[in-house]
Design a protein around this ligand. Structure first.
Ligand SMILES: C[S@@+](CC[C@H](N)C(=O)[O-])C[C@H]1O[C@@H](n2cnc3c(N)ncnc32)[C@H](O)[C@@H]1O
Length: 255
């Protein structure tokens, strides 16, 4: 993955997870003994709690087993299992793609051509560098930059089938501020999606507890055949995040 402008990567690196597409890797709590972490000298108790949670989190363990880059991969897998949002061919844009779990799931769904080449295209962007995923173009850059839509469009091959956004602003601890910031990212993501989606396309975005802000929700209801909110089981109960899933774009992006 390269820095923008001109910083992007594709191909090479480790292939996507080997979960084998839909339904692969159901996650259960029962398969391992709980690990206890002692507080090391110098380690804050919050870090110890984080480490203990990671070591005992069945999604983290399953992600590792299946070669996914993080437990977030299962959120998209679960969204797709419920709403069938990902295409079998075509183009997926992933906003806030690092470390690449959703890219892996989207790539798995697109699969390969009979000659072994990756079918379709995944284009992602993130503030953070993301290791390459074969068949994906991953841009290191800020999606809020005025030029970001142009960076993405330069990698697209016309209108796209799905726009995903898992972008999350850094949390401040002040819930209303965090909500507003994530909401702003969701609105920006849709402003882009509206421009590039093809008729019948889908849009998925992280939103915070309380759901999508009314203005955006009203717009999505006008622009799509079906709009739903969903908190996938892989999303931690204590996290305020959930996802708005909009299916069947009624407009027609110009790409
Ligand atoms: C929850 S993580 C995404 C995880 C990803 N879906 C996966 O499966 O690996 C949220 C990401 O949003 C990115 N992000 C937040 N604000 C952004 C922005 N303005 N432009 C690009 N990426 C952004 C963060 O850097 C972070 O990597």
């Amino acid at each position: 993955m390269a820095r923008k402008p001109g910083n992007k990567g594709s191909g090479g690196g480790q292939a996507g997870g080997n979960g084998g597409g839909k339904g692969g890797g159901k996650v259960s709590d029962a398969r391992h003994k709980a690990v206890r972490v002692k507080t090391a000298r110098g380690r804050k108790s919050s870090s110890t709690r984080w480490l203990q949670r990671q070591l005992n989190d069945p999604y983290v363990l399953e992600a590792k087993r299946l070669g996914y880059r993080g437990r977030a991969a299962f959120k998209l897998k679960e969204i797709d299992e419920k709403y069938d949002v990902l295409p079998r061919a075509g183009t997926v844009v992933d906003l806030g793609c690092a470390p690449g779990g959703w890219v892996q799931i989207a790539r798995e769904r697109l699969g390969k051509e009979p000659d072994g080449r990756e079918r379709g295209r995944v284009v992602g962007i993130d503030l953070l560098a993301c290791d390459p995923v074969p068949g994906a173009v991953l841009i290191e850059g800020d999606f809020t930059d005025d030029d970001a839509p142009a960076w993405l469009r330069a990698e697209l091959d016309g209108p796209v089938d799905v726009v995903l956004s898992d972008m999350a602003a850094n949390t401040t601890g002040h819930a209303p501020t965090d909500h507003l910031r994530t909401q702003a990212l969701a609105e920006l993501a849709y402003a882009f999606a509206e421009e590039v989606l093809k008729p019948g396309g889908n849009f998925v975005s992280k939103v915070f507890a309380g759901g999508t802000e009314k203005g955006l929700l009203d717009q999505l209801k006008r622009d799509f055949e079906k709009v739903a909110h969903f908190k996938p089981p892989a999303s931690r109960k204590e996290s305020p995040e959930m996802y708005v899933v909009a299916i069947g774009f009624r407009g027609g992006g110009e790409g």
